[in-house]
Design a protein. Structure first.
Length: 546
């Protein structure tokens, strides 16, 4: 395949950007009363409005040609069928297989249909969760389990934690807690509220070798022992989720208590597997199955819809348009939902760990920007934080607004107010405010004062956004939303010719920390730069160590 920058699609987009750079979205809306009708899609309980973007039909057609030139359809099919598209790890990429319905065609990896294994592990995990919820699985002293502590990090934490929190209205009987950070404040605060007799710990690590997780798992086991409960009770109070079942057993977790993961599911794509156990424990089997069904509905749409009507493809192409052709400085994601407050953090890993790459699949240096800086915070809160920069800063930062249309809480007019703010921000970012409009607002001021203040109140506008509306934040819709972003990221990875499914950069950081930890406690000949040596020595002084 040609380098993507040498395709006519890429070059036409460059020329098109120059030709359309002066068009303001306000004028695009004024010129076409049907713009919203033409530029939104609906899928089950989701509405995707992308009309507030710096695009017209020609832009969208050119972007679809780019997807075609990059081979997005073929690569999506390769992923779906279990081809080993994660080249650097020689693995298939099959998170979509985790949410296939019972009547699905076999999915073959190395000559074996993976669906029976997936279903077996899912049934085991769901049965375990239901046994906790219904008081069938009791603690070693015969008491009902009230608390479940999930110990994991990265993909073994962010997805499960975000989903558990997002589905708070559906929670059943067991309280679910998360411990991820090696900073002892995390585990100390969780343990402080627990009774060992009524707590189950789950050590979640695909590799079962991640130091933060093992550190916390050991701390949890030590705490359990210190509570004076019998050693044999560990079998009732500790479970694990891992693709390295032996390592989990060596840690002391009974074989029956280990739920298997598969090497063809990346950590950040794994909440659909047994890694979703905390979600299962929180909301039970039927809601978890609805969550999987929602993701599958988005998969079906992604694998079958033409590019021009395909929600994840459009989302990806818009991101490429801004990042590679319009000079965007980042991407903001703002859920107008307190229960989705961890969504930006989850999405950061999904997006930045996947597409933060500077080499192509074949090892060449890329000549264009790949994954960008993604950040976000729950709305409306972030309107009082970083929105000033979006409205009047100098940088181009498109925004995804995620807004549930109904809430189960029904307190006052809170929800309507929140939705109104989301819609108003998207409108204001798009419209802006001209100098004339600013002057008109200040008509009562003396002229000199008005002329001084009006430029401060001018907003350039033309700031792009997508509005992703969910009829409610249900398990099904959340599954759709997450699968939408997974596929968006995949499409971008294909266009950039990179591998979204490895993470060698993070692996490197893990290795470096291993060298420094012993140096913090024992005097050694430090072989680091002077800054790192200075920091290590300062730590030692603070601990009164020589
Ligand atoms: O952050 C790096 C990473 O390898 C992630 O990709 C992964 O989700 C996380 O560490 C945790 O890994 P594990 O599940 O193997 O403990």
């Amino acid at each position: 395949m040609n380098k993507i920058t040498q395709t006519s699609a890429w070059q036409n987009l460059q020329a098109h950007q120059i030709n359309t750079a002066n068009l303001h979205m306000r004028d695009r809306f004024a010129a076409d009363g049907q713009r919203f009708d033409k530029m939104h899609e609906t899928l089950h309980g989701m509405l995707f409005d992308y009309s507030k973007n710096r695009v017209n039909e020609e832009t969208l057609n050119l972007l679809c040609m780019l997807a075609d030139a990059a081979g997005v359809k073929q690569q999506a099919e390769a992923m779906r069928c279990g081809e080993k598209i994660n080249i650097s790890e020689n693995r298939a990429v099959l998170h979509t297989a985790l949410r296939l319905p019972l009547d699905a065609e076999p999915v073959m990896v190395d000559g074996e249909n993976v669906l029976p294994k997936i279903r077996h592990e899912l049934s085991r995990a769901l049965a375990f969760a239901e046994n906790l919820i219904n008081g069938v699985h009791l603690g070693v002293t015969g008491k009902r389990i009230t608390d479940f502590v999930h110990i994991g990090i990265g993909g073994s934490d962010l997805g499960p934690q975000m989903v558990t929190q997002a589905l708070q209205p559906y929670h059943k009987t067991v309280r679910v807690h998360f411990v991820s950070n090696s900073d002892d404040a995390n585990i100390a605060q969780v343990l402080a509220s627990l009774n060992a007799e009524t707590t189950v710990f789950c050590v979640a690590s695909k590799s079962f070798g991640t130091p933060e997780t093992l550190l916390n798992a050991h701390a949890a086991r030590t705490w359990y022992r210190e509570q004076g409960l019998p050693e044999a009770g560990i079998a009732r109070h500790f479970v694990a989720i891992s693709s390295d079942v032996n390592a989990a057993q060596n840690f002391g977790i009974a074989e029956d208590n280990v739920f298997a993961m598969f090497d063809w599911v990346g950590g950040r794509y794994s909440v659909w597997s047994a890694i979703g156990l905390p979600v299962m424990v929180a909301v039970g089997e039927s809601k978890f199955r609805q969550f999987l069904n929602g993701a599958h509905a988005m998969d079906e749409h992604f694998f079958t819809a033409e590019y021009r009507r395909n929600i994840p493809v459009l989302l990806a192409l818009l991101g490429v348009w801004y990042g590679n052709f319009c000079g965007a400085a980042g991407q903001a994601v703002v859920p107008y939902s307190h229960n989705l407050r961890r969504f930006p953090g989850y999405l950061q890993q999904l997006d930045m760990e996947s597409n933060g790459k500077c080499r192509t699949l074949h090892g060449e240096a890329v000549e264009y920007h790949t994954g960008g800086v993604l950040f976000g915070e729950e709305g409306v809160n972030c309107q009082h934080a970083f929105f000033q920069l979006l409205h009047q800063g100098t940088r181009l930062i498109p925004v995804d607004f995620i807004v549930p249309m109904r809430t189960p809480y029904k307190i006052g007019r809170q929800h309507r107010f929140t939705v109104a703010n989301a819609f108003a921000q998207a409108e204001a970012l798009m419209l802006g405010k001209t100098l004339e409009e600013a002057r008109a607002e200040l008509v009562l001021l003396p002229e000199a004062e008005r002329e001084e203040l009006a430029p401060q109140k001018e907003f350039p506008g033309n700031q792009p956004s997508n509005s992703i509306l969910l009829d409610e934040l249900s398990p099904f819709n959340l599954g759709m939303l997450m699968a939408m972003y997974e596929h968006k990221i995949f499409v971008q990875g294909v266009i950039w010719g990179i591998n979204p499914f490895d993470q060698w950069g993070v692996e490197y950081g893990k290795v470096l920390a291993k060298t420094i930890e012993p140096e913090l406690s024992q005097p050694r000949d430090l072989q680091h730069d002077t800054s790192t040596c200075g920091l290590i020595e300062y730590y030692r002084r603070c601990q009164n160590l020589k």
